[in-house]
Design a protein around this ligand. Structure first.
Ligand SMILES: NC(=O)c1ccc[n+]([C@@H]2O[C@H](COP(=O)([O-])OP(=O)(O)OC[C@H]3O[C@@H](n4cnc5c(N)ncnc54)[C@H](OP(=O)(O)O)[C@@H]3O)[C@@H](O)[C@H]2O)c1
Length: 254
């Protein structure tokens, strides 16, 4: 997409944090939005306060494929086309280091990864019929490598990175542009749960600006803040034995 002005964009995971800030940023740039998440009241309140007109609130649980398909067809009826879908929905828990909740681990997999599968399977046929479209999935630098005490969240984000890479090439012939968002630490209700230091943390509106710019660029990956993602990308390039050495030190500090 060359610009967000005049585009119809479906933001999923828009009821708080990065998604809410992104909705505000995209609306201020002249996009018309469909906003989804589970919390109906929060979405309606955000829609009410957006600049511009024509925005709609479409509450849905991404783990429910049937509900997503109904939502997508409702949006398609209201908007003449959908130009971009941005999948930001995720759940997270700052787990106790020793005792993990297996039920919540499966739920996280179901929302963070299963939700992405559901969204892509819902939107790809619509984009194929339209002749074009854009799918933006949100990973994390936490998915670059297995971080001590990072599971299962890191594993869900590693899956998103891998999935986006596959889709990028698979969907190119259909004229569907696939992008990956890789945030470092951003101040949101998700990171408010953490009790450990979060270096180079940025505000949600700065993350939103980077994403709004990134979806109009030619780059596959939208990553920020650059100084932090550079460090994380360097860790990704290290041989496993060296990464484990550094990782053991990181674990000792926690
Ligand atoms: N904040 C960071 O530092 C950071 C870093 C790296 C990556 N990320 C990623 O950035 C994205 C946005 O996170 P955030 O920090 O903005 O957190 P957040 O404020 O907790 O936002 C998460 C969003 O996902 C929605 N959601 C959760 N479960 C859902 C479900 N089953 N169906 C539909 N929507 C659901 C939530 O809304 P409801 O509760 O209303 O459903 C909310 O709108 C996530 O993918 C996260 O993993 C964040």
């Amino acid at each position: 997409m060359s610009s967000n002005k005049g585009k119809h964009i479906w933001v999923i995971g828009a009821s708080s944090g990065i998604g809410e800030a992104l909705a505000q940023e995209l609306a201020s740039q002249g996009a018309t939005l469909a906003l989804s998440a589970r919390r109906k009241d929060a979405l309606q309140n955000i829609v009410k306060n957006l600049s511009g007109t024509g925005h709609i609130s479409c509450p849905v649980d991404v783990s429910d494929i049937n509900a997503l398909q109904t939502t997508a067809s409702d949006i398609k009826k209201k908007f003449e086309r959908i130009d971009s879908v941005i999948f930001l929905a995720a759940i997270y828990s700052a787990h106790d280091k020793k005792k993990k909740d297996i039920g919540f681990m499966h739920k996280m997999l179901n929302v963070n990864v299963g939700g992405a599968f559901n969204v892509v399977e819902t939107i790809a046929p619509i984009f194929e019929t339209q002749g074009s479209g854009q799918i933006v999935l949100c990973g994390s630098v936490a998915g670059y490598r297995g971080l001590p005490y990072g599971q299962p969240y890191c594993a869900t984000k590693a899956a998103i990175i891998n999935y986006a890479e596959s889709l990028k090439i698979e969907l190119e012939p259909e004229n569907i542009d696939v992008k990956l968002i890789s945030p470092g630490f951003v101040r949101t209700p998700l990171t408010d749960k953490n009790d450990f230091p979060m270096p180079m943390m940025i505000e949600a509106n700065d993350a939103a600006k980077a994403i709004a710019r990134g979806i109009t660029s030619g780059a596959f990956e939208i990553h920020f803040p650059k100084k932090f993602t550079f460090i994380m990308k360097t860790l990704r390039l290290l041989p496993t034995w060296l990464y484990f050495k550094i990782s053991r030190q990181m674990k000792k500090k926690q």
